[in-house]
Write a protein that binds this ligand. Structure first.
Ligand SMILES: Cc1cc2nc3c(=O)[nH]c(=O)nc-3n(C[C@H](O)[C@H](O)[C@H](O)COP(=O)(O)OP(=O)(O)OC[C@H]3O[C@@H](n4cnc5c(N)ncnc54)[C@H](O)[C@@H]3O)c2cc1C
Length: 450
């Protein structure tokens, strides 16, 4: 019998195992495929490429983890260059701070506003935003929030390809309380978004490592030496018994005082004897699917030196974005071959051949590129979780499971990137520790006499 059974060995599950080991808990980590999950650094023509994430939003907690893993010296930052949006065959530079990841409006928005990206009425709306109050709800779709604040043109011609490129999700479904809580709060208080961000210039520190994000995984593995790790069997069922939680994986039935699910609702085990939480999670946590193609070319292409990448409208171009991976990161020498990483979102089944055709057509039409020298394709059928409006009701329900010793992290809730996965894992470890303490004391009878 273990203290904790962890299901899922992506960065969330591995960080949780490490944090629990520090708290001297006995842990078994169950991973169905390979440790690292979506972190997938590979090699193409001698260059480092990322088939999954390529950057992490840095923070104090993340730096602390890196220092413990001995990875601080390995850290690298992207070269300063911006994204561009491809609209009607023309490239428009995206304001700095917005392309960084999650939208942050700052004064730079106005400076780059005159690139032609925004219409005159959108510009007026942005300028007058501090003067007007808009009414917002506790939770509304990201599309509705930004339409209320900046209007339709801002959303359709700029925000949709931006958010689509980052999250691969439908902005009409995505919950603003998950993705843009700060903007929702500012508007709820009747304040100005632009003024708030001008007062407090917030920047993003994006980082990777000299050998790519994959460096995180062996370092975490080293740190969890001594923890039992079971690789190759998916956990199929979680059963809540009176004194313990049982998890079935392959022929094994493992027992723990607590269990943590660090997986997506789409691959999560079923729950026996417990309310159907997986079904509910699938209602509020939609799944995005993305094909990633890294292609190596023998000549430089337009924008290679100038931009980090291009964001597009997937419904028009098939591709939602392309990153100039090796010109962006000082990991690879900026010499032949030149690597371009394409993102192709899809709804149903996608074959590798079809994904390749879409990418090559895009490369040909927009960069005049011939076929690549070589390429790698990765199909993510369960890519990023998309938290929809109403997800707070799921969160409340999941909170109640903590009292039963079942904890959720990773894509089940709160995982919008590696940064949030790491933060959630750290706080879960403390909550699990608290639960185990209470359980121990509740079960013990006082001995001796007074
Ligand atoms: C193409 C792409 C680009 C991205 N870009 C970025 C980026 O630039 N920056 C960023 O911060 N984030 C990015 N992300 C998101 C980031 O990759 C994830 O947020 C993060 O890696 C999630 O880690 P996790 O441990 O929660 O989940 P995962 O990495 O999905 O790990 C879950 C693990 O659980 C295992 N598993 C699942 N079900 C079971 C089961 N029933 N039993 C046993 N094991 C199971 C899986 O095999 C997997 O190893 C990107 C994602 C994709 C797909």
């Amino acid at each position: 019998m273990y203290d904790v059974l962890i299901i899922g060995g992506g960065v969330s599950g591995l960080t949780l195992a490490y944090e629990l080991k520090k708290l001297s808990k006995s842990v078994c980590l169950i991973e169905g495929e390979r440790l690292g999950g979506k972190i997938a650094t590979a090699e193409l023509e001698g260059k480092i490429v990322e088939e999954g994430p390529e950057e992490v939003v840095n923070s104090k907690s993340f730096m602390q983890l890196l220092s413990e893993l001995g990875l601080l010296e390995e850290m690298v930052r992207p070269k300063k260059s911006r994204f561009a949006v491809l609209r009607n065959g023309k490239l428009y530079t995206v304001p700095e701070g917005i392309a960084g990841g999650i939208l942050r409006l700052n004064s730079d928005l106005f400076r780059s506003a005159f690139s032609g990206l925004f219409s005159l009425s959108t510009l007026m709306r942005m300028l007058l935003e501090p003067l007007y109050n808009v009414s917002v709800e506790d939770d509304m779709s990201v599309k509705d929030l930004f339409t209320a604040v900046y209007g339709k043109q801002f959303v359709e011609d700029f925000f949709r390809p931006l958010a689509g490129g980052i999250y691969g999700g439908d902005i009409g479904l995505m919950s603003s309380s998950v993705y843009f809580p700060y903007i929702l709060d500012i508007k709820k208080k009747g304040e100005s978004v632009v003024r708030s961000f001008m007062k407090k210039k917030i920047g993003f520190d994006l980082v990777s490592f000299k050998l790519g994000l994959g460096s995180l995984i062996p370092r975490l593995q080293e740190k969890i030496k001594g923890v039992d790790v079971m690789i190759g069997e998916m956990a199929r069922e979680v059963r809540y018994e009176k004194d313990f939680i049982s998890v079935r994986a392959g022929a094994e039935e493992l027992r723990g005082s607590a269990a943590a699910l660090m997986v997506s609702p789409y691959t999560a085990p079923s729950f026996k004897n417990i309310d159907d939480v997986v079904k509910k999670a699938r209602l509020y946590v939609k799944n995005s699917r993305i094909a990633v193609i890294n292609a190596a070319y023998d000549k430089k292409f337009e924008g290679y030196e100038k931009y980090s990448g291009i964001l597009t409208y997937p419904e028009v171009y098939g591709v939602s974005g392309a990153t100039f991976f090796d010109s962006k990161w000082p990991i690879n020498p900026s010499s032949e071959p030149y690597v371009l990483k394409y993102f192709i979102p899809f709804e149903n089944y996608m074959e590798e051949d079809r994904a390749l055709k879409i990418a090559l057509k895009f490369g040909k039409e927009h960069f005049g590129l011939d076929d690549p020298v070589s390429y790698r394709i990765k199909i993510w059928n369960d890519a990023l979780p998309i938290y929809t409006v109403g997800v707070h009701s799921l969160r409340e329900e999941l909170e109640a499971f903590k009292g039963k010793g079942i904890f959720f992290g990773g894509a089940f809730m709160n995982s919008t990137g590696i940064y949030s996965s790491v933060i959630t894992a750290k706080s879960l470890a403390n909550q699990i520790d608290g639960y185990l303490e209470t359980k121990t004391h509740a079960g013990s009878e006082p001995s001796g006499s007074l």
